[in-house]
Write a protein that binds this ligand. Structure first.
Ligand code: PLP
Length: 423
């Protein structure tokens, strides 16, 4: 089967630009005429450093990332960041509280600890907005690490939708930990795009804005670099590379520098242990990764190279529009597909509510979810070279993942098949 005859709509790993893959096969054999390939050279070589710098620069250009943000590359996958945000932000929160108490109490360590224990007990709250399977998993990881008492499920979107994901209920229905002077949640977490359920936040939540806004962490694994993002509103943005940016192997973290030394100090592991709070592995420790320019341990530099090539390609394609150019394309592809699904609503039913439809993962049922008919639909699509359309095993149905490497032409071919099938 010829690569050019296939359009792949899988949810990740996902397609990459053919030109990048062609160049990749060459650099795997012989990088920059050194006679050795990119997977074979040191991650501490000047070549590797240049690759890191270029990938960072492309991301900075695309998303207009301000100077007071750090970019980290880690092997953690998206799931590793579920844990990393908890370890790192809880640690910063605890140290801030400890320092304040120490200022009042002085050197009496036992007294500081006693008061700190009380503060942690009464005030440490991590707010999770649960709008789909991935934010649910992240909240479960927070609970596993810190205990249920410290995790506030500020929103469980299923409660507003007959027990199923598919909506982002209005913000006045959320129960965020109240902001008080010096208080409020340690952070608020949400998943910007829910890959399994096809739910995307239409915009940044208004209730997380303002002068005393909480630290906001967002999982952008499945809609990274697909639309404009006001990075300043976030403390942490993270995502695995394997959907919109590159191949499997790295996660990218965009982190507010004020959460790193010298602006913020992490709590000492001894203090965390005294408080029964988790001490994270060093490879997820943001200060350590940042201090070492993401090279604390071996970084898969080939994966960074692929991501850098994809991002540099977008910078070249869209020029001054930067990620706005990709946003227009992503929106147009999603519009074409949803419009067709809505046009034939007697055959197709889009799963999520219209107000929260993802531009990236378009989830729908065929003939009300009739198993045989959905099977036939998938087989018909496959005959046309439209692959990877099967929904996630936990929810079934059809899912067309509309990541950046899916071309307008690919979206149009899917639309033509949707039309033909419905007719
Ligand atoms: N977050 C989202 C939104 C995802 O879609 C996924 C994987 O599909 C993950 C996190 C987990 O990523 P990983 O498999 O890299 O751990």
């Amino acid at each position: 089967v010829n690569r050019a005859d296939v359009h792949y709509f899988g949810a990740g790993p996902a397609p990459l630009p053919t030109a990048v893959l062609e160049k990749a096969s060459q650099v795997l054999l012989n990088y920059k005429d050194k006679g050795i390939g990119l997977c074979e050279i040191s991650h501490r070589s000047p070549e590797a450093n240049a690759i890191l710098t270029e990938a960072k620069q492309a991301l900075v250009t695309l998303l207009d990332i301000p100077d007071d943000y750090e970019i980290l590359f880690l092997q953690s996958g998206g799931s590793g960041e579920f844990s990393a945000v908890v370890y790192n932000l809880v640690s910063v929160w605890v140290e801030k509280k400890r320092a304040k108490i120490a200022e009042e109490v002085g050197d009496d360590k036992a007294e500081v600890l006693k008061r700190l224990r009380k503060v942690v007990d009464e005030e440490l709250r991590l707010d999770y907005l649960v709008t789909g399977s991935w934010s649910l998993k992240a909240s479960q990881e927070a609970t596993r690490l810190t205990g249920a008492k410290h995790v506030n499920i500020a929103l469980d979107a299923r409660k507003a939708n007959d027990g199923k994901f598919g909506v982002v209920p209005p913000e006045d229905q959320w129960s965020l930990t109240p902001r008080t002077s010096g208080g409020g949640p340690a952070f608020v977490y949400f998943c910007d795009n829910e890959t399994v359920d096809g739910v995307e936040f239409p915009a940044f939540p208004r209730s997380l804005e303002g002068d005393d806004a909480p630290l906001v962490c967002a999982d952008m694994s499945s809609n990274f670099i697909s639309r404009k993002v006001d990075v300043r509103k976030y403390a942490v943005i993270f995502g695995g590379a394997q959907k919109n940016i590159g191949n499997t192997g790295i996660a990218i973290v965009i982190l507010r520098k004020s959460l790193l030394p010298p602006h913020s100090t992490p709590a000492s592991p001894d203090v965390l242990r005294e408080l029964n709070l988790p001490v994270g592995p060093i490879v997820l420790d943001y200060p350590t990764i940042a201090k070492n320019n993401s090279l604390y341990n071996t970084l898969p530099i080939f994966d960074v190279w692929v991501a850098g090539q994809v991002m540099a390609g977008l910078v070249d394609s869209y020029g001054a529009k930067r990620i706005g150019g990709q946003e227009e394309v992503s929106n147009e592809k999603a519009r074409l597909i949803y419009e067709t699904l809505d046009k034939y609503s007697h055959v197709y039913r889009v799963v999520p509510d219209k107000t929260a439809r993802s531009r990236m993962n378009i989830c729908f049922r065929v003939h009300g979810g009739d198993a045989d008919k959905e099977k036939a639909f998938l087989a018909g699509a496959e005959k046309k070279g439209l692959l990877g359309l099967k929904g996630h095993r936990s929810v079934g149905g059809i899912r067309a993942s509309n990541y950046n490497a899916v071309s307008i032409e690919g979206a149009k071919k899917l639309v033509a098949f949707l039309e033909e099938y419905a007719q």
